[in-house]
Design a protein around this ligand. Structure first.
Ligand code: AMP
Length: 143
């Protein structure tokens, strides 16, 4: 199974904010969309960062309510790890575990084409395990 299998049911839409947006507006987007991270894109659509609820938590712990007045660019993670749609599910599970994050933007030949979360990966893995178990059960009962 591959990252492209996740995009096939999830689609390629990516929720994003701009680096100059205020943190309060970005938090409103996270809440309204019921997601844990947004990608930060510049005016040309290039990836300049990622803002997750973890970044919000750290900013609030450091600055309290004043954090709400900061810009997204001051709070986001600037160096973003991406994956290819042809990457295997095992590969992205390993990356998320090693790097300790739960989100990966998907980039095909320099073009952003989706965003996957650890929830998407677990869901696909469960489906795969269910299918394997069904196939084994069928094999055993047919024997
Ligand atoms: P998460 O577990 O995804 O909520 O994120 C934990 C931390 O890792 C936060 O500081 C995020 O900004 C950062 N982060 C999340 N995804 C990525 C990614 N794909 N590349 C780089 N940093 C990330």
């Amino acid at each position: 199974m591959f990252v492209s299998d996740i995009l096939a049911y999830k689609g390629e839409r990516v929720i994003s904010v701009a680096p100059n947006d205020g943190l309060a507006a970005a938090i409103a987007t996270l809440a309204a969309r019921r997601i844990g991270a947004v990608l930060v894109l510049d005016a040309g659509g290039a990836i300049v960062g990622i803002l997750s609820e973890r970044d919000v938590l750290h900013a609030m712990a450091r600055d309290g309510a004043a954090a709400l007045n900061r810009k997204v660019s001051e709070v986001m993670t600037g160096s973003v790890v991406t994956c290819d749609p042809d990457a295997s599910i095992e590969h992205v599970m390993q990356t998320m575990t090693d790097r300790r994050f739960r989100h990966l933007p998907v980039v095909r030949q320099g073009r952003l084409c989706g965003m996957i979360s650890i929830g998407d990966v677990v869901r696909l893995r469960l489906e795969e395990q269910r299918r394997e178990a069904d196939a084994l059960r069928e094999y055993i009962t047919a024997a």
